[in-house]
Design a protein around this ligand. Structure first.
Ligand SMILES: Cc1cc2nc3c(=O)[nH]c(=O)nc-3n(C[C@H](O)[C@H](O)[C@H](O)COP(=O)(O)OP(=O)(O)OC[C@H]3O[C@@H](n4cnc5c(N)ncnc54)[C@H](O)[C@@H]3O)c2cc1C
Length: 306
């Protein structure tokens, strides 16, 4: 990674454009969760996030919770809300009906996804009357709502089902050609992977914005397991930092874990900023603290406060 002082210096120069963030949350499970997400939205509002996106459970399992979360966030904040939408286990008509409900709830931005195969199935099988993939969903959304903002997923290390890098890039290109405005990436921990991916995407003729997804690490060992399933590699040097902390619940160990997670997140975004990245999509894991630390590192504290 580039030295931190170089990264900070470049950010101070505020070139070539101001830095911005978006925040991803998952739907609240209950009333307490809704209250916590409303608090997260208010706490991070001074950093002017471009939007908060709310994920959608496999097979539409969280549809009602996604909607309830969108409504709670809209009541709590002026930050625009984006809704994730997948095509799993639903006909085209059903998927578009969910999109209509999002629109009726005031959503102008959809993160259009295929979704993972439900219930641990190894391969995705489309619903007989459903969309086959994210590109088809993007096309239908774009046709129906020319002004809708549409984001899609991208994979710096390849999608787990992808036969090749070329197929992955062709799929991403198809999503832009179908009408996507921008792509948000799967998380990654080695910034070179993102820079290389961006270069390859440009070489493949993809001109649209590709924003890095930044995983904020509430629990390194859980994130490492999840990363394995997503085909996101975890560098040995990162694992070494957390070695021996697994299962240690004493206050000092928990604090050290949080300090390491914050240090890494700040390191990662400042290095990406030094590489020219100007928008960061933060996987908040529904916790505001690491997201706030990253926002402060990138943007400084809220205006007017010393
Ligand atoms: C930013 C982000 C947000 C996400 N949010 C959610 C969420 O809210 N809910 C959720 O359930 N999941 C979510 N996911 C996970 C996502 O649903 C899975 O990764 C899923 O397996 C692929 O979705 P996609 O939209 O990338 O699919 P697609 O772009 O349709 O395709 C992904 C891969 O499938 C294969 N593929 C697609 N079309 C074809 C074809 N015609 N022939 C052969 N192979 C093909 C290719 O390998 C391709 O790379 C998210 C992922 C990211 C990166």
């Amino acid at each position: 990674m580039t030295s931190l002082s170089t990264a900070v210096e470049k950010l101070r120069q505020k070139e070539p454009a101001p830095v911005g963030v978006s925040l991803e949350v998952f739907p609240a499970k209950d009333e307490d969760g809704l209250v916590a997400l409303a608090a997260l939205a208010r706490r991070l509002e001074p950093f002017a996030p471009e939007y908060i996106s709310v994920t959608y459970g496999a097979g539409g399992s969280s549809r009602e919770r996604t909607l309830a979360t969108i409504e709670a966030l809209r009541a709590a904040t002026n930050t625009p809300i984006a809704a994730h939408l997948t095509v799993v286990n639903a006909s085209r008509e059903e998927t578009m009906a969910v999109a209509e409900r999002f629109r009726a709830a005031g959503v102008d931005h959809i993160v259009a996804l295929r979704g993972d195969p439900p219930d641990g199935a190894s391969h995705f099988a489309p619903h007989p009357q459903g969309f086959a993939n994210a590109a088809e969903l993007v096309g239908a959304l774009r046709e129906h709502w020319p002004d809708l903002r549409i984001s899609v997923a991208a994979y710096p290390e390849g999608h787990p089902e992808s036969p090749s890098r070329a197929a992955d890039l062709a799929n991403l290109k198809a999503k832009f050609e179908a009408g996507a405005d921008e792509a948000l990436t799967q998380f990654f921990f080695d910034n070179t992977l993102f820079s290389d991916f961006l270069e390859e995407a440009r070489a493949a003729g993809i001109a649209g914005d590709i924003h890095p997804g930044i995983m904020l690490i509430p629990n390194f060992f859980q994130v490492r397991n999840f990363a394995e399933r997503c085909k996101a590699s975890v560098p040995e040097w990162l694992s070494r930092r957390f070695a021996g902390l697994k299962g240690r619940k004493d206050g000092d160990s928990l604090l050290v874990h949080r300090m390491l997670a914050a240090a890494f997140a700040v390191e990662q975004v400042l290095d990406l900023a030094a590489r020219g990245v100007r928008h960061f999509h933060l996987y908040t894991m529904n916790r505001p603290q690491l997201a706030e630390a990253v926002c402060r590192a990138l943007l400084g504290g809220p205006d007017g406060e010393s």
